[in-house]
Write a protein that binds this ligand. Sequence first.
Ligand code: FAD
Length: 389
Amino acid sequence: MTIWNDLDEAERAFQDACRTFASEVIAPWAPICDAENRFPREVHEAAYERGLMNVSLPAELGGGGRSFRCLAAGGEELAAVCAPTAFSMGFNHGALRPVLHAGTSEQRQRFVGDVLAARGYSSLCLTEPDSSGSNLFAVETTARKTESGWSLSGTKCMVGNGTEASVFLTLAQTSVGGRPQGVSFFAVPRGEGVEVGENTDKLGFRCVTTPTVVYREVALDEGCLIGGIGEAEQILLETLDFIRFGGASVILGIVLGGMREVIPWVEQRRVVPDDPLVSKSSVQQELGKIYAELQASRLLMMRAADCLDRGEPCSTETATAKYLASELAVRATNSFVQLHGWRGIDGEHGAAKRLRDARATTIYEGTSQIQLMNLFRTLRRNFHADGRI
Ligand SMILES: Cc1cc2nc3c(=O)[nH]c(=O)nc-3n(C[C@H](O)[C@H](O)[C@H](O)COP(=O)(O)OP(=O)(O)OC[C@H]3O[C@@H](n4cnc5c(N)ncnc54)[C@H](O)[C@@H]3O)c2cc1C
């Protein structure tokens, strides 16, 4: 029995379709896009044809309308072959979350419906080169009130899927009549005054393009403000809780893919005196430990999926799942490299790419240290509330 025995027929069929797609389409393109450091366009085109894009976005806005359980189960299978490709495929779910959470019906149609109808992409622009990283509210990008709307200026970096995006969900300091009004969210259409750079040259997650985006006095109409003026905090926290759920499923895919590669290897490789590597208790202990942690993280991820499907909060579940999954991915991929000997560090081998990709996962969507700080805050709050921690 695994946790996947709990999937219903439709969820299992979707998971199977993702597994097939990953081996037929992602596998041949992943090394090419990784080496060329570019967006996996060919994979995306095929995914649209097979109904594997925007799967859990609302059907009335052009999404697939599937459950978040499906997204998690399928996402892990896609990521088992190439995590960054899976991440790029699921990106719209997180980047459009501020509009879905806090937008008016007009904004939902304009920034979600119209983007999906055009098979377009969106980006979430929080991080800045100097001030804002973990400290999200230290943004220096400004939105100044004008007669017709807003004038936006500033620079964002590490903008996921940014080379492809037609709308950038952007966090900015707002000012009205020269007076600061706090941090707000804006949907910024790609257009005049928006300069999008090239993909950056990263260690891992290379085919999730992360250009710098510069805004030069971009004129925005009133309808681009998402939520109220200075009301970004609640929208941002909800968005981060949500994206960590998607992040966890992709990250666990790295571990799943590594497991599928390492088991045949340790079964076939013979070592001193002339035993299969799998017969060594140190190997069994190591892989058993990784499997235990994989199962525990998955349980948390699927609990978060269930909460999301019911519209319930799940910040503790997503923070814990993302933290455990990413720390596990780094440790597990390191072990997989070691078990493969010299092959593990060969650039052509899957183990080397998994290690590179895993290394990015403790940084994005809030670093491990930030997840732990948040969890500690929850721990104290619960302790002081009624001691049920
Ligand atoms: C592959 C990838 C994709 C990304 N995509 C996006 C995207 O789409 N949109 C976007 O806006 N950003 C994106 N990012 C950026 C990411 O969100 C930031 O890198 C992350 O929030 C951390 O910020 P920072 O890198 O500036 O690190 P910093 O905040 O400078 O932190 C540096 C170190 O200090 C630690 N630290 C920070 N604060 C504390 C504290 N209070 N106590 C103890 N330790 C602390 C951190 O854990 C870290 O180890 C992406 C990053 C990666 C790697």
